[in-house]
Design a protein around this ligand. Structure first.
Ligand code: DQA
Length: 145
């Protein structure tokens, strides 16, 4: 079983970026946490492929690669692009696998400009406010029956 996880702009700075909002773990800590917890919780092997980019077009390209692959779902934190990117929305619309959009923070408690989520219009599931657990729980949402 195989999942793609895409993280958008500024998530490469997790750990030092607004830790009071996003926590003190960096992205590789979160990857390690997710892989380790998944091994404890799920007996079958699960492959997780992690990708991060600050560049909108690179995220579009990565989403398009999923069209000719055997990933069973995409977990994506589009970060600020969720509020602005028609290009990422359109790319996500081409997929016929579940799209799980995650936000580490609960954006409902935050700025007005974070309330619009363009990408959410093509998401199957939206998870917010779970911090680093979001990725693990997004994957588990597809594994459990
Ligand atoms: C975020 C929320 C977005 O509003 C913000 O631009 C981010 C991170 C989150 O994970 O909570 O960069 O997607």
């Amino acid at each position: 079983r195989k999942f793609m996880i895409i993280n958008g702009p500024n998530l490469n700075l997790l750990g030092t970026r607004e830790p009071e909002v996003y926590g003190s773990d960096n992205l590789s800590d979160i990857e390690k946490y997710t892989n380790e917890q998944l091994k404890l919780l799920w007996n079958e092997p699960v492959e997780l492929d992690w990708y991060q980019s600050n560049i909108e077009g690179e995220i579009v390209n990565k989403v398009q690669e999923l069209l000719k692959s055997d990933y069973e779902a995409l977990i994506i934190n589009p970060a600020a692009y969720s509020h602005t990117s028609v290009a990422i929305l359109d790319a996500l619309k081409t997929l016929n696998i579940p799209v799980i959009e995650v936000h580490l923070s609960n954006t409902h408690l935050r700025d007005a400009f974070r309330q619009q989520k363009l990408t959410a219009k093509s998401s199957t599931i939206i998870m917010e406010g779970l911090g680093k657990r979001a990725y693990l729980l997004g994957i588990l949402s597809q594994l459990i029956k």
